[in-house]
Ligand binder design. Structure first.
Ligand code: FHN
Length: 576
């Protein structure tokens, strides 16, 4: 019997359900490379010969590894799935593989199968066990071929025969993972550069044949039509709202490394991590947060502390994260983020904004039945006590405005939550509205893009101005940290609004290294293009012409994202 379109769609929706509700998972990069403490790319970076690298296995004895501790930590953080490196680019299997003796049971004094122990513990504790598998890069196997990253120091490229690797190692090992470890939540493939459409499809079919409900991430392939069940964003990349039409996930490091790096002490704070989780959920994504255990098998203290701190927050306010859908607003609110469950809107308010006594939200067309603060403690006296809300209709521009008065103290210093129970599903004004701060934020993901002339393509939006005045026109871009701005940015950018034109070669007027959506390896660059006056309330068009405005092409290997990516154009109100 052949399955028709709607039947296939229903099956896809079904297998995605747990993952969409989960929102938060643990990524684990663990392997022989932990012995060097220089990250999982060290073999390639130092061109370590296979014979020498193999010797690491004789010393790998992670006696402190305890599956119960790892799973308990993930659970305490509020994570619902664990993705562990079954085989990374070094080709070493962290489980008992019959297809290659270069594995943790046969090649190390440890002789245990940690993935089996983790899978069993996950089953007991109700988490989904998932495996990372580097299906194209394999520096240990003489015949693995990637587009760029091959072991050519041991094996000349011209002597490689890809299918000897693909058929005798990659596919058989993936089958082992799918047949010997119980139900597998997903296989997280990585770095598919050079894999053909046919081989991409073959790997997808292979997974489906062995476990039809197992999810597959987009990095299984470079070809959009063979890109699995959901989109893996670039490493540490949080997209713009609505940028991806597919379900997506951001893989994120706790410091700047995946595998254990003893010198990397560039830890994100617990507060920053909570805000990132909130912003990812608000845009409809999942956050996959990484730890890099040591060669002894324990998770570094700095990681444990952070995951526990995030867990203290999720255990109180998880109602606003798990099983929610994205904010119905296509722009970010300056005070925080929004998630939705059915007819409830959750406003996740960053600590400093609480102290202002109240917050405003424009463009929510529903009536509010009940507004209350989530105390994060069911016994609290104030639980679900109604908040005072004022709703006002601005007739001149046809806009609903909402003001919520907040109690003096916030339940949480980092992010507190106000729940708004609405009279129905959220119904939001679709226009780009001036925010209560007076600013206007226009995301490039939602612009109408036209191919342009010499200055580049043109991005256009229409927005609604409520309170006119003087505005700085600011361009926001994400730049990779190791890129010189001036090397990429030597062309004029032109913005046109309300009959005025501003133009310049954008400079780095402000550089932010850590915001709720921007972190290493990206930096957020603000460039002031000029100043404009808008004298009347009403509807306006704005256009941005720049070589960086790209036609929407869709797919590229996200971890190698462009050195500079345009994010938004903002009108920032100048204080009178
Ligand atoms: O090369 C890998 C890297 O080591 C790490 O596993 C990350 C995780 O997303 N993926 C690749 C680079 O994007």
């Amino acid at each position: 019997m052949s399955l028709s379109g709607p039947v296939i769609e229903a099956q896809e929706a079904d297998r995605m359900q747990w993952w969409k509700a989960a929102k938060f998972g643990l990524f684990v990069h663990w392997g022989l490379y932990a012995l060097h403490g220089k990250g999982e790319w060290h073999m390639s970076g130092a061109k370590i010969p296979v014979k020498e690298y193999e010797k690491l296995a004789e010393r790998f004895n992670p006696v402190k590894f305890d599956a119960r501790e790892w799973v308990a930590l993930a659970k305490a953080a509020g994570m619902k799935y664990i993705v562990v490196t079954a085989k990374h680019h070094d080709g070493f299997a962290m489980y008992h593989s019959e297809h290659d003796p270069f594995n943790i049971v046969d090649a190390t004094p440890f002789r245990r199968d940690p993935l089996k122990e983790l899978a069993e513990e996950c089953q007991r504790e109700g988490l989904r066990m998932c495996f990372y598998y580097s299906h194209v890069i394999d520096w240990h196997h003489p015949h693995a071929i990637h587009e760029f990253y091959n072991n050519t120091w041991d094996y000349p490229l011209e002597e490689k025969a890809f299918y000897a690797y693909w058929n005798r190692k990659a596919k058989p090992q993936v089958k082992e993972l799918l047949t010997k470890y119980g139900p597998v939540g997903l296989i997280w493939f990585d770095t598919a550069g050079g894999l053909s459409k046919k081989d991409s499809q073959e790997m997808i079919d292979w997974v489906r044949d062995h476990q039809p409900t197992c999810l597959i991430n987009s990095r299984v392939s470079h070809w959009p039509q063979y890109a699995g069940d959901y989109s893996s964003k670039g490493d540490n990349e949080i997209p713009m709202h609505g940028e991806d039409s597919r379900p997506w996930e951001t893989p994120m490091t706790l410091n700047d490394s995946w595998g254990y790096q003893n010198k990397d002490q560039s830890w994100k704070s617990s507060e920053a991590l909570i805000r990132k989780l909130v912003h990812v959920a608000s845009k409809g994504g999942n956050l996959l947060l990484n730890v890099g255990p040591t060669a002894e098998g324990d998770i570094p203290d700095e990681s444990v502390e952070r995951l526990k701190a995030v867990g203290r927050w999720t255990s109180r306010f998880g109602e606003a994260i798990y099983d929610t859908t994205p904010s119905p607003f296509h722009y970010e609110q300056e005070w925080g983020a929004i998630t939705v469950r059915d007819t409830t809107l959750y406003l996740l308010i960053h600590g400093p904004y609480w102290s202002k006594g109240g917050i405003d939200l424009y463009g929510l067309n529903n009536a509010i039945r009940h507004a209350y603060v989530l105390q994060g403690d069911e016994d609290a006296d104030e639980a679900r006590k109604p908040l005072s809300v004022q709703q006002h209709y601005h007739a001149a521009v046809g806009l609903h405005q909402l003001h919520i008065t907040l109690p003096p103290s916030a339940p949480d210093d980092v992010v507190s939550v106000v729940a708004l129970e609405l009279d129905g599903k959220p119904h939001v004004d679709p226009r780009w509205l001036q925010l209560p701060t007076g600013d206007i934020r226009l995301d490039i993901a939602h612009a109408e893009v036209k191919s342009g002339g010499e200055a580049g393509n043109e991005a256009g939006w229409s927005f609604t101005m409520l309170e006119p005045g003087e505005f700085d026109v600011v361009m926001i871009a994400f730049k990779r940290f190791n890129q010189e701005w001036s090397a990429h940015c030597h062309q004029e950018v032109i913005a046109t609004v309300a009959g005025q034109q501003v133009s310049c070669i954008p400079a780095v007027d402000k550089l932010l290294e850590d915001t709720p959506t921007c972190q290493h390896p990206y930096e957020e660059v603000h460039s002031v293009l000029g100043r404009v006056q808008i004298r009347q309330p009403g509807e306006y068009d704005i256009r941005l012409q720049s070589a960086w405005v790209k036609e929407k092409t869709g797919f590229f290997e996200a971890w190698q994202a462009a050195p500079i990516r345009l994010r938004s154009l903002q009108l920032v109100k100048v204080a009178p």
